[in-house]
Design a protein around this ligand. Sequence first.
Ligand code: FES
Ligand code: FES
Length: 134
Amino acid sequence: GVMRRSYHENVIDHYEKPRNVGSLDAKSKDVGTGLVGAPACGDVMKLQIQVNKDDNKIEKAVFKTFGCGSAIASSSYATEILHGMHLDDAMNIKNKDISEHLKLPPVKLHCSMLAEDAIKAAVKDYRKKADLAD
Ligand code: FES
Ligand code: FES
């Protein structure tokens, strides 16, 4: 259909076979949760990371997104690249890294921004909890 012709195959692939959909226990001290919304469209994304406290690397990343196909694809791709990544590197992920991979059109750039925001929020949540645990 129209969608298949106008969206890049990477978006379609992540939209149809989203990776790492799920939830982690937000109360666990090893888990950071980012919950963000896009004011423009009302879409909501939850992204969670499970961190190995010994090396600060992300062991697991999962998401749930109530939103458009581009937001689902952005969060799915984000969880893929987060796997095994150091927290400092995760903080440096830019929405451009995601939108370029998915070849998002300009009107869909904010969908990848949602993923960048969710990653940062999850890392901050984890760090806040880790600090409190010290
Ligand atoms: Fe249309 Fe997000 S605003 S799907
Ligand atoms: Fe709003 Fe995609 S997140 S349209």
